[in-house]
Design a protein around this ligand. Structure first.
Ligand code: 6PG
Length: 255
């Protein structure tokens, strides 16, 4: 488990562009060393903003997109065509512009899909999908990069403070009564979020500053879930100056 490294960008636009460049480079490196790459996307403004910048990148074609596995850390359990879906937002921002292998794109099932309104069944299906592609052993690294946003109260993916999901030891779980709408979601749990070589938290704005300081300072993940996930090789906190404003100065470095 790697310690948090903080990188501060001047604003949200710089952060999104720099993270997009970082993501492309990381995928190219993984493809050259192993033949394929595996990334985990996140919902939320910061995560989608990065995907938009990947789509706009002049070096987009440096990646062989047909050899990239795409996963989601969590999903809002709404209908497939609902604009709240992380999957749909990612398709609009980036995935719809790429030549992907559909067998390597792994969206969560939608409400009204094969599992109807059963979010538990949708979560169990996603756990099977993971197991069949990356194995079920939590000791095995499954992803090259896992991106996460965070909420003001410290949630990440759909793991909210003191929620049952924060204690769930299955690979994926359904989450009910979420404080951030929509109320029903499906989420990777901590054991799965811990299976990435690199974890990148990305967030902006003063509203996130307390959660960032608590997580980087080593808070209990039951209270501040974004303190939990760490990359096996690297844990990056990609912030703008306002989100970094409550960190002690020796934890920040300028790009
Ligand atoms: C979601 C998320 C969630 C999100 C944070 C940050 O589906 O809502 O995956 O964890 O990343 O709430 O969202 P913002 O970047 O919009 O603040």
């Amino acid at each position: 488990m790697s310690p948090p490294e903080v990188i501060v960008h001047p604003d949200a636009a710089h952060l999104a562009r720099a993270a997009a460049a970082r993501l492309i480079t990381r995928i190219v490196d993984a493809q050259w060393s192993r033949g394929s790459a595996s990334i985990v996307l996140t919902g939320g403004g910061s995560g989608i903003g990065v995907l938009e910048q990947v789509a706009a990148s002049p070096v987009l074609d440096a990646v062989d997109w047909r050899r990239v596995h795409i996963w989601w850390g969590d999903e809002r359990f709404v209908a497939a065509e609902d604009s709240d879906r992380n999957d749909l937002q990612a398709r609009v921002a980036l995935l719809g512009h790429l030549d992907l292998d559909p067998d390597l794109v792994h969206p969560f099932p939608a409400l009204g899909g094969p599992h109807g309104d059963d979010a538990d069944a949708a979560a169990a299906w996603y756990a099977e999908e993971l197991a069949s592609h990356v194995g079920a052993d939590p000791a095995e690294t499954a992803f090259d990069v896992l991106m996460l946003g965070l909420g003001e109260e410290g949630h990440c993916a759909s793991i909210f403070p003191q929620s049952p999901a924060a204690r769930d030891q299955r690979a994926v779980c359904a989450v009910y009564d979420c404080p951030k709408p929509p109320p029903t979601r499906v989420s990777m749990t901590f054991p799965t979020l811990a299976r990435s070589a690199e974890v990148w938290f990305m967030t902006t704005g003063a509203g996130k500053a307390d959660a960032v300081a608590a997580a980087v300072g080593g808070a209990d993940p039951l209270d501040v879930p974004c303190a939990g996930p760490r990359g096996r090789d690297r844990t990056l906190w990609l912030l703008d100056t306002t989100a970094a404003s409550r960190l002690p100065q020796d934890r920040t470095r300028l790009p």
